[in-house]
Ligand binder design. Structure first.
Ligand code: FES
Length: 224
């Protein structure tokens, strides 16, 4: 595939100038390369190595160490389902099983229409709204099979899904959480204007922020 474009090569050089040692810019530049192609192709990684004076093995070793980097093409939407302890106790494996059947792929796979890639993720730091998942780094908490199906229908139909500032805590897509049989205490209602983010689907809010191209942003670089 492609080496870095001239614009992205300049971005890489600007990043290198921020650090005392060029190799320190490796991870930020890998984000630039992934933003360009949607994944880290061999030519782009070779170009990054040239810019930083690193071997192909050093670049690839870093790229394959971190979950946020992909060295193979992924679908338009990357669905990462947390199966760590809090989510597991709230039915994450049953949810994952449903998602596998719904998308007809196993973790690591991509749907034949290239729309979805599925990942089995470690803790996504949304334990209070377990089980949860991310789609192109956007969080969805209190997810159940029905909500996941609605999310997939929204995405396949081109309906956008986004973030909306509100509330004191992070809430699941599609409104209040369903009643749970667990002994967990009820969660406090969000207080408007108290900060934090409320995560919602377009189906319920008409939100306009798009998930498209979300893979072109690393974790923590979410766009409102
Ligand atoms: S265990 Fe799932 S988000 Fe922490």
């Amino acid at each position: 595939m492609a080496r870095l474009t001239p614009d992205n090569e300049q971005r890489a050089r600007d990043l290198i100038a921020l650090y005392p040692y060029p190799r320190s810019a490796l991870i930020p530049i890998l984000h630039v390369a992934q933003e360009q192609d949607g994944y880290l192709c061999a030519d782009a990684m070779a170009h990054v190595g040239e810019l930083l004076g690193l071997t192909a093995a050093e670049v690839r070793g870093t790229a394959t160490f971190y979950d946020m980097f992909h060295t193979e093409p992924v679908g338009r939407y990357l669905v990462a389902v947390c199966t760590n302890i809090a989510c597991m106790l709230q039915g994450a494996y049953q949810l994952l099983e449903h998602i596998e059947e719904r998308l007809e792929i196993a973790p690591g796979g991509t749907t034949t229409d290239k729309m979805f890639t599925l990942e089995d993720a470690e803790c996504l730091a949304l334990c209070g709204n377990a089980p949860c998942l991310t789609v192109n780094w956007r969080f969805f908490g209190d997810v159940d099979p029905q909500r996941f199906d609605t999310l997939v229908e929204d995405l396949r139909a081109g309906r956008t899904v986004g973030l909306q500032a509100a509330g004191a805590s992070i809430h699941g897509a599609g409104g209040p959480s369903p009643a749970r049989p667990s002994p967990s205490p009820p969660r406090p209602a969000p207080e408007p204007g108290a900060g934090g983010v409320r995560l919602t689907t377009a189906a319920t809010t008409g939100a306009t922020a798009s998930l498209d191209g979300g893979l072109r942003h690393g974790p923590g670089e979410g766009r409102a």
